[in-house]
Design a protein around this ligand. Structure first.
Ligand SMILES: [Zn+2]
Length: 208
């Protein structure tokens, strides 16, 4: 589950997650767990404009699908993802699928951006730029996200990798958030805290 609380500009995000590997390749899931925790802590702790973010994350490693909890966010390593993208967030299911071909990059720290970016989608954020169009605004994103400046888009966590690359921003620097995104998070606070998507159906029974 996700919970978001704000008090005196301190924004506390609480995320409870499981990891499962349903791919045909073996991975050391305890190393992946450590990488997920440190990569999320790096991005979701500290000041964002007038706000101060603080993250509390719990990660459990599962061995069997029957251990999946409808109350938790799931990181699921899979054999394939359309377009061979590193990951895919399933907003309704609150699941993040990880492409097995990228998992070792996440574990080694070569890729420290995918996990926080996908969690950003689960927190309700969209890409701030238009699809395949540089120096653009995503007109389907929320009004607050459309208000990001071009400079903010270039180093923003929620911009796609190609956008930051085109702007010549190193990947480890393209992890910034904007005050507008925190405002949007707080607008979504009540619906996020209901974790309604988790209650719709036992989606996790269908994961393989
Ligand atoms: Zn994305």
């Amino acid at each position: 589950m996700i919970s978001v609380k704000e008090k005196d500009l301190f924004v506390l995000i609480n995320i409870d997650t499981d990891i499962i590997n349903t791919s045909a390749t073996r991975f050391d899931l305890s190393l992946l767990k450590d990488a997920i925790i440190s990569q999320l802590n790096r991005v979701y702790n500290g000041p964002v404009g007038k706000y101060k973010l603080q993250l509390s994350i719990h990660v459990s490693i599962l061995k069997k699908i029957s251990q999946c909890s409808p109350q938790k966010i799931l990181f699921q390593i899979v054999d394939t993802i359309p377009g061979n993208n590193p990951a895919e967030a399933d907003f309704k299911g609150l699941r993040i699928k990880l492409n097995k071909y990228y998992v070792n990059d996440i574990i080694s720290g070569k890729n420290i951006r995918t996990i926080p970016h996908e969690i950003g989608h689960l927190l309700g954020w969209d890409h701030p730029h238009a699809k395949a169009s540089y120096e653009s605004v995503n007109l389907t994103a929320h009004r607050l996200e459309q208000e990001l400046t071009e400079d903010e888009r270039k180093n923003n966590l929620m911009s796609q990798t190609w956008y930051a690359q085109k702007a010549l921003v190193p990947m480890d620097k393209a992890v910034k958030l904007s005050e507008k995104q925190i405002e949007l998070l707080l607008l979504h606070e009540i619906s996020l805290n209901k974790n309604r998507h988790l209650n719709y159906f036992l989606w996790w029974k269908k994961i393989v």
